[in-house]
Design a protein. Structure first.
Lengths: 362, 265, 292
């Protein structure tokens, strides 16, 4: 049932890696929530799991925390296998989406909770609570009860409570999703700052792409229980591993086509599509004849008389600019414009070939 | 589920059902005293029940008395629950406590006081007094059941009905009442069960009527006989049946209404 | 076309019924307790006499009986709380489908009826009942244990048996309302299951415990049948005395005075317990969040 690879447990060359999981699988009835996932979480980094609802990201988090048992696979933290270890004995703490602050304890009581379990002396507890609350800028709120705090304040207290025990790894399960946009923005900055100062590895889960990109050193994109791509945010944006990623991140136009040749220069290819053959950067491993997808982002399309002859179909006002959809040969190209062209008008569009990207279908 | 949980619950079930199981065993035991070791298996005690006039009479009496208790209890409980859950209710807490009074006052004291009242006023004891008194005792239970369900109902359904032109009565009858059907049948069942189970109130208010519990109680001080056993088991099985049916009914409705819910993965 | 009628007005008829059925008889007790009784004519004489109440306060028998009831009730409540907590918490761990089954299993013994329960325990605890037979068979004893039946042990065992489901139910409902994430958070922060119980579950189930204590105390202290039928000579209860005074002795004023005294004492004690319990932070926290 559980597969544990012995070499994983004491391999010193894996320095810099805090947590390793291999073959992680979890089923709920017939549903495979997590499908044989391998992942590595580096020390000191901010790693985010990003994906749509139901992709398995929260399940993985809960397996790391110890609230779910994997049906198969192993998790190794700091060289020690976590299988069979109950949550209270894992050096991992969680910040919950709903904060889960104890309503019958004050802020101080909540933050001090993990310390009261191990019976430290009183002086020690008070000092450490103060430090934790200072780190989240909540020092004056020690005597309040959770219900007296706003959502953002409660979330900060939840973070303080989780970091006071100096865990090796902090798990955050969509902690900001219950807050309004402004508060979310503030707290994102605070969390990123906190992570840098503490030097603890954060594993963050969200379905909000902007949030993932703003916070993370590494983004792990998941869909249907599998990891699709794991890279720095910029790489994911510019070089999505497949059409799902290209579509999930930002607003890309995806044009299906067939690879015409390999171009000879690695990292680039030519794809034959409805709008013609386009030579541009590509994902590795494509050969002539493969079906693939050309991803074009709106910011890489501009009006140019010498470009494709398109017809305007829709114009949407975005507040600062206009999102325009124009059609050519059955393909809809999107681009941003300062002033809106009229629907039905013809306009020439030029695609920046160095920025377009050919990626896999799935 | 941890082993500790299973052990605890297992012990609890054993404790709760030990006497009942023993009764059951002896009701099939082919001996005229209830002692170990067991003799053979027999159904004769149950067969005898059918010839036992007192038993049959008592059973019918109990049954007949239980029906109005169930109905009245459910009806009054419905009214009380409607009132308690209404947003315009003043003195809600006081009313709530009033509804609980029949539960909290020891049945003995209440029954004696009621008997005094009846005789002071000139009304005798008997079936009517018994029915009324048992209904009173059922009210806290029926109200709680119905109110608990009502709190969870979506008030917007009734608002939608009114918006579409339904009168308050129509909205009640066609929107609220169907949603309460399961709870109402549960309330009715509770009333019936409480009536069947009661001994104390019967002792003071039954007068000449002889519900089953009184018959058994009067036999109690003498030697225990297995046919009494069989009687008890019969009543018990009947009660369990009622409870089971109510619960099955509730589950079936619930399953139909529940959407497939699963935590976000 | 909106009538002035709204649902809350249904409270009126119900309140009337309850007042007539419950409050009025109790008020009558108060009235009767100051009457006198003419034993020759077997009638009550309306008068304002403190005769009965004087007896209540001077005759130690009454204080003894009422005190006995209070101790019975309190003892049963404490035992029920100690035994009920593990059972209730275990029930929260049941998978969803089994919870409905669990509540049926829990409540069915209650539905069986007072006399059935008393009867069944008599069979189990008698000289030739199950317990004695089993102990004999295992060679633990030679003679049947007499103290099992018709003794204080019997009374308290069966009182516990009768009322434990109420305590379990009250605690269980309260425990179910606790957000699962709080328990997870506690364990995440290093609490072993037993720590999570004392630091999270116990504080947050205080309202349920209060309800359970109040209920069990009231029911156990007010139980007449169990002590009198199973307690043997130790089974004297204030209720039995009330019954006696009411029926055989025809001393209605005294019966009324005793009934009222009992009621008042029970109410004071039960409320006292509950108020103490509800002072704790846990209870306050639960009430603040309101009904779910």
């Amino acid at each position: 049932m559980k597969v544990s690879t012995p070499d994983m447990m004491s391999d010193p060359t894996r320095s810099g890696l805090l947590l390793s999981a291999r073959g992680l699988t979890k089923n709920y009835g017939k549903e495979r929530a997590v499908d044989s996932v391998d992942l590595d979480v580096p020390e000191r980094a901010f790693t985010t799991f990003l994906g749509p609802s139901g992709c398995g990201k929260t399940t993985i988090l809960r397996m790391i925390a110890g609230f779910e048992t994997p049906d198969a696979g192993s998790i190794v933290l700091d060289g020690r296998s976590l299988s069979g270890v109950p949550p209270e004995r894992r050096p991992v703490n969680t910040v919950f989406q709903s904060y889960a602050l104890f309503p019958h304890l004050t802020v101080f009581g909540n933050v001090a909770f993990s310390l009261t379990l191990r019976r430290h002396s009183n002086v020690d507890v008070a000092a450490r609570v103060k430090r934790a609350l200072d780190a989240v800028h909540m020092a004056e709120f020690g005597d309040r009860y959770p219900h007296q705090l706003s959502g953002g304040q409660q979330q900060r207290v939840a973070v303080a409570r989780a970091i006071i025990a100096e865990p090796h790894l902090l798990l955050l399960d969509e902690p900001l999703s219950a807050l309004d946009k402004k508060m979310r923005g503030h707290l994102q900055i605070e969390l990123k700052d906190l992570q840098r100062r503490l030097g603890i590895a954060f594993v963050y889960v969200t379905h909000d792409q902007d949030e993932a990109f703003a916070l993370s050193d590494i983004v792990v994109i998941m869909n249907k229980g599998r990891i699709i791509q794991k890279a720095a945010p910029l790489t994911i944006y510019a070089r999505p591993a497949n059409a799902f990623v290209a579509d999930f991140i930002g607003a890309a136009t995806l044009i299906p086509g067939q690879i015409a040749n390999n171009g000879g220069v690695s990292g680039s290819a030519a794809i034959d599509t409805a709008i013609g053959i386009v030579q541009c950067p590509a994902v590795e491993g494509l050969v002539k004849g493969d079906k693939a997808v050309l991803a074009i982002r709106p910011e890489h399309v501009r009006i140019g008389a010498d470009g494709l002859n398109t017809t305007i179909r829709h114009v949407v006002f975005k507040g600062d600019r206009y999102l325009v959809e124009a059609e050519v040969k059955g393909v809809i190209l999107r681009f941003m414009a300062d002033s809106p062209p009229a629907p039905g008008a013809d306009v020439g569009l030029v695609v920046d070939r160095d920025r377009a990207f050919i990626t896999r279908i799935g | 589920m941890s082993r500790l949980v299973i052990l605890t619950l297992g012990l609890a079930v054993c404790f709760f059902y030990l006497p009942i199981v023993v009764l059951g065993i002896f009701s099939f035991n082919a001996a005229s005293t209830m002692a170990f070791p067991l003799s053979g298996f027999t159904l004769s005690w149950y067969a005898d029940l059918f010839g036992n006039e007192a038993f049959l009479g008592g059973f019918v009496t109990s049954f007949l008395i239980a029906q109005p208790v169930g109905l009245l209890g459910a009806l009054i409980g419905l009214m009380a629950a409607l009132a308690v859950t209404s947003p315009r209710m003043k003195f809600r807490a006081a009313f709530g406590i009033l509804v609980l009074v029949p539960f909290l006052v020891p049945k003995t004291v209440l029954s004696i006081a009621q008997a005094m009242l009846m005789s002071w006023v000139g009304l005798g004891r008997g079936a009517t007094a018994l029915i009324l008194a048992q209904t009173l005792v059922a009210i806290p239970f029926t109200t709680t059941i119905l109110a608990a369900v009502m709190i969870r109902l979506d008030p917007r359904l009734e608002e939608a009905a009114r918006d579409l032109g339904a009168t308050p009565w129509q909205s009640f009858r066609r929107v609220l009442l169907p949603q309460l059907s399961v709870a109402l049948s549960a309330a009715y069942s509770i009333g019936v069960i409480l009536s069947l189970a009661d001994l104390t109130i019967s002792m003071f208010l039954a007068g000449r009527t002889q519900p089953l519990s009184l018959i058994v109680a009067s036999e109690f001080r003498r030697e225990l006989k297995p046919d009494l056993n069989a009687m008890q088991v019969a009543v018990l099985v009947l009660t369990a049946l009622i409870v089971a049916l109510t619960e099955i009914n509730r589950r079936r409705r619930l399953r139909g209404r529940m959407a497939h819910v699963r935590d976000d993965l | 076309m909106a009538l002035a009628f709204h649902r809350a007005q249904l409270a009126m008829p119900v309140a009337c019924i309850l007042v007539l059925g419950c409050i009025l008889p109790l008020a009558l007790l108060a009235v009767f307790s100051v009457f006198e009784v003419d034993l020759d004519a077997f009638t009550l004489v309306p008068a304002f006499s403190s005769h009965s109440w004087a007896q209540m306060f001077t005759n130690p028998v009454f204080a003894f009986l009422v005190g006995k009831a209070v101790i019975s009730g309190a003892g049963t409540a404490v035992l029920a709380a100690l035994i009920g907590y593990p059972i209730a918490v275990s029930m929260t761990r049941l998978p969803l489908l089994w919870k409905g089954v669990g509540s049926i299993v829990l409540l069915t013994p209650l539905y069986t009826g007072e006399i059935v329960r008393i009867y069944a325990w008599r069979v189990v605890l008698g000289s030739e009942g199950l317990v004695n037979a089993a102990l004999k068979w295992f060679g633990v004893i030679d003679e049947p244990l007499k103290f099992l039946l018709f003794s204080p042990f019997t009374t308290h065992l069966v009182l516990l048996y009768n009322n434990l489901p109420f305590m379990v139910l009250a605690i269980w409902i309260s425990a179910e309302l606790i957000d699962e994430r709080l328990i997870e958070a506690a364990r995440d922060l290093g609490a072993r299951p037993i720590d999570a119980f004392f630091k999270v579950i116990l504080p947050l189930t205080t309202p349920g415990l209060a309800v359970g204590v109040f209920t069990v105390f009231a029911l156990a202290a007010g139980d007449m049948m169990t002590p009198s039928l199973l307690g043997g000579t130790s089974g004297a209860t204030p209720m039995a005395m009330i019954d006696n005074l009411f029926g055989t002795a025809f001393d209605w004023p005294l019966a009324s005075a005793l009934s009222l005294s009992l009621l008042i004492v029970l109410f004071v004690f039960a409320s006292g317990f509950v108020i103490c319990l509800l002072r704790f932070d846990g209870a306050r926290a639960v009430f603040r969040r309101g009904a779910r």
